[in-house]
Design a protein around this ligand. Structure first.
Ligand code: PEP
Ligand code: MN
Length: 356
């Protein structure tokens, strides 16, 4: 049988991949101190930013190539794999020259197909692992497009990192996770390992464990967590960094769900879901048939399609019943808005049809 394992399966870890290390490399001592502490944790890969894409000028923008030999020392002295962000062809070439193991394309670079193409060309045919962070805007096609550019350049060891999406108003998150997007990503590209970066999703250290747990529950393949020997004094992203000790505590506390129940239970439950889904569609269809009858009546009597009082009544009774059953208001509202919209569309079709 031909071995067709991806780069992560070849690592043969018995736990999700952990990539950890500072947001930015600051000094040789800082880099080596953190790496030596991480060696005692479940982290396999050391990360450090050396070119930092900052939103506004005037902040620390990374030390640049001067830090590359420090990463070489990390690899030689701790055995950890090393990883850095690359944002252009020159960064990519330097990373290859200094034998960095994993290169990642940052969120601000993934948005730009020219930059991604330039990096793909510079890394053509490489065996290095290249990870693509999601673009800062919630655009699945752009994320997948970046992966395709790497695949076309014959880069075989590719992965993706979910780090959340920018929003105009800051919510509880620094970058909104919008979990449906990485779920869709996984469905579209199941062979590409998917790693979650809870540090950049949260923007503060307290939320990291919960976001990591959600990622593992959704069967992400690993975590990238910013880790610093003195987080509060970090030169960038101080609020979201944690110590190597805290990292290990978090890893130990996380529950790793089995991929499968290991027996027929999962199949049985899935069959139940399939049957219920069939019923949902049948019921929606039955509802639409009645909606169409009402549409014909409205046409005959020249009555407007949208009836505000009736809609208020429907949404209110659905929310009351739904919340009594334990469904969230948000969920019931979304479903009913969508059903109502479809009903309006169907009735408009009937009303605007000539000769009926
Ligand atoms: C980083 O990982 O330090 C970084 C800059 O991340 P992002 O590209 O997700 O903003
Ligand atoms: Mn950072």
């Amino acid at each position: 049988m031909i071995e067709n394992k991806n780069w992560l399966q070849k690592m043969e870890l018995n736990h999700p991949l952990v990539i950890a290390g500072p947001c930015s490399a600051e000094t040789e001592e800082q880099v080596l101190d953190i790496a030596n502490q991480l060696k005692k944790t479940d982290a396999t890969v050391f990360r450090a930013g050396i070119w930092k894409p900052r939103t506004r000028p005037g902040n620390f923008e990374g030390l640049g190539a001067i830090a590359l030999p420090w990463l070489k020392r990390v690899k030689d002295e701790t055995g950890l794999l090393t990883s850095i962000e690359v944002a252009n062809a020159n960064h990519a070439k330097l990373a290859l020259e200094f034998d960095v193991d994993i290169l990642w394309i940052g969120a601000r670079t993934t948005v730009n197909p020219f930059a991604v193409q330039e990096i793909a060309d510079a890394l053509k045919d490489t065996d290095k692992i290249v990870l693509v962070k999601n673009p800062i805007n919630p655009d699945l096609e752009l994320w997948i497009g970046a992966i395709e550019r790497l695949q076309k350049a014959n880069i075989k060891n590719i992965g993706a990192i979910h780090r959340g999406f920018s929003t105009y108003r800051k919510s509880t998150y620094r970058n909104n996770p919008k979990w449906q997007i990485p779920i869709d990503f996984k469905n579209r590209l199941p062979e590409i390992p998917l790693i979650c970066d809870p540090s950049h999703i949260c923007g503060e250290r307290e939320g990291i464990i919960d976001v990591s747990q959600t990622a593992l529950d959704l069967q992400f393949d690993g975590l990238m967590i910013e880790t610093h020997n003195d987080p509060d004094k970090a030169w960038s992203d101080a609020k979201q960094q944690i110590t190597p000790n805290r990292l290990q505590e978090i890893i130990t506390d996380l529950r790793i769900r089995k991929k499968d129940f290991g027996n027929n239970d999962l199949d049985k439950l899935r069959k139940q879901i399939d049957l219920i889904d069939d019923k949902i569609l049948d019921i929606l269809n039955a509802r639409m048939e009645v909606v169409k009858k009402i549409g014909s009546k409205k046409k005959k009597d020249n009555v407007a399609v949208y009836q505000q009082d009736r809609w208020r009544e429907i949404i209110q009774k659905s929310i009351d019943k739904g919340t009594n059953l334990g469904l969230s208001i948000n969920f019931v509202e979304k479903i009913y808005k969508s059903i109502h919209q479809e009903s309006i569309n169907q009735q408009e079709k009937i009303i605007n049809l000539k000769n009926s």
